[in-house]
Design a protein around this ligand. Structure first.
Ligand SMILES: O=C1NC[C@H](CO)[C@@H](O)[C@@H]1O
Ligand SMILES: [Ca+2]
Length: 438
């Protein structure tokens, strides 16, 4: 790490992050309180899960971020809305994966930060409404959708992300309520996929929840493979389960030996055929950038650094990382970017693992470029073309913006007393489930 004298004073950057965030929060409260999304260009309201049935997504995603920023009046306002107006008894199909990482996770994090028991009750309420997706499944792999009011399940054509990204949120619910059902259902689904790994030790990414059959041959560490691997490690980190670590290590060793590739001196992870190892595509999703942080925190620091170096070259080249780049030609094959947080996510993880200032510098560039390209009338907008001059915006702000990159920047630059920097856990949606210091 850098000697103290050379260490930059990051407080002005932390202040700027907090100022931008509280400005955006005021626009949301004034114009879209209770809506899943604010429309940042028009100031309108938008639904995420189900048209006409907002569940206050951006507000739920914001609570722990506001708390970490010591914006306690804003926290109280958000909690009041949740207690008074959030009702999950909605006769419509909700996507199980997205509802878990955003709503169960957001409410669980809000409870962890504030200690308000009513928030744990809400987290349990919505999690209980998701359970039929698991208990109705003949394989234990959850269906993709469940009706929150009737428990009717639908769509078995799923993937390893949507069957395998529950153990962090379900595991803390089991810990905090004493009911092991949540943990056991989440782990069982992960085991089913792991036990179907190929001879090469790789996993295809699409699977049928009713038959347990793989639906494709391609393996990826990007979507929809990414958070399955992330949650194997996270489940071990949070709950000490040695089986999860063994599954993670087995799959990660296979990925590093059969799904990693050096190109122009940089480390990349192509999509490969899980059964033969043949390279199928050298496109890299911006979402795959999380993997640099996961490798670093799980003991593969050299590879984690190298993968972040690769994405940093893309950030330097484009300013804002395109949704897909082909690393063999360094061209953008999809030029949009929906305010994706992964580069900042892994910068925080790598800074935590190494103490190396370079990761704060890279995250600072990510913050500055986001403000310069996404800030608009009533908030921050997703980009439709990062290569346009100036980059073009669309009238949407995703819920994860309220939970992810602004929190990563704040934790990187503020040294807030509200976080135990030595022992904490952020979920794949950056929900703080361990390490709040009240
Ligand atoms: O794991 C996730 N995947 C997609 C979103 C961010 O790109 C977000 O919901 C979360 O980080
Ligand atoms: Ca994530």
């Amino acid at each position: 790490s850098v000697p103290g004298s050379a260490r930059r004073d990051w407080k002005p950057v932390a202040d700027a992050v907090r100022e931008e965030y509280l400005w955006a929060w005021r626009q949301y409260v004034e114009r879209a309180l209770g809506a899943d999304h604010i429309k940042p260009i028009s100031g309108g309201r938008g639904d995420f899960f189900v048209e006409g049935h907002s569940v206050g997504l951006s507000l739920v995603e914001a609570v722990d971020t506001l708390w970490l920023m010591e914006a306690d009046a804003e926290v109280a306002r958000a909690v009041q809305w949740i207690v008074d107006d959030l009702d999950f008894d909605i006769d419509a199909p909700f996507q199980v994966f997205e509802t878990n990482i955003r709503m169960v996770g957001g409410l669980a994090a809000a409870y962890h930060c504030t200690g308000d028991q009513r928030l744990l009750e809400r987290a349990k309420d919505v999690a209980d409404r998701l359970l039929p997706a698991f208990t109705q499944s003949p394989t234990g792999l959850p269906y993709r959708y469940v009706n929150l009011a009737t428990g009717a399940v639908s769509d078995p054509e799923t993937n390893i992300v949507e069957i395998g990204t529950y153990i962090a949120e379900f595991g803390v619910l089991s810990q905090w309520t004493g009911d092991n059902r949540y943990y056991d259902l989440a782990k069982r689904a992960m085991r089913v996929a792991y036990d179907k790994r190929t001879e090469l030790g790789l996993l295809p990414h699409d699977i049928n929840a009713e038959t347990g059959q793989w639906r494709n041959r391609q393996a990826t560490i990007g979507p929809p493979g990414d958070s399955y691997y992330e949650y194997l490690w996270d489940g071990y980190r949070l709950f000490g389960d040695p089986e999860l670590k063994q599954w993670y290590d087995t799959l990660t060793d296979a990925i590093l030996s059969k799904q990693a590739e050096r190109h122009d001196g940089l480390l990349w992870f192509p999509q490969v055929d899980a059964f033969t190892g043949e390279v199928l595509s050298r496109e890299q999703s911006v979402l795959a950038g999380f993997y640099a942080g996961l490798l670093a925190e799980s003991g593969h620091v050299v590879e984690g650094r190298a993968y972040h170096d690769a994405f940093n070259l893309v950030q330097d080249r484009f300013g804002v990382i395109p949704t897909f780049v082909d690393y063999s030609t360094m061209t953008a094959t999809r030029v949009d970017n929906a305010l994706r947080p992964e580069f900042a996510d892994s910068a925080l993880m790598l800074w935590s693992a190494t103490g190396d200032e370079v990761f704060r510098e890279r995250a600072h560039t990510h913050f500055e470029n986001m403000v310069a390209t996404s800030k608009t009338t009533y908030g921050f907008a997703s980009l439709t073309d990062v290569t346009a001059k100036p980059p073009s915006q669309e009238d949407t702000c995703p819920g994860y913006w309220w939970s992810e990159q602004m929190k990563y920047y704040w934790l990187l630059f503020s040294d807030t007393p509200r976080l135990d920097y030595r022992d904490n856990y952020l979920s794949t949606e950056a929900n703080l489930l361990r390490g709040a210091r009240r």
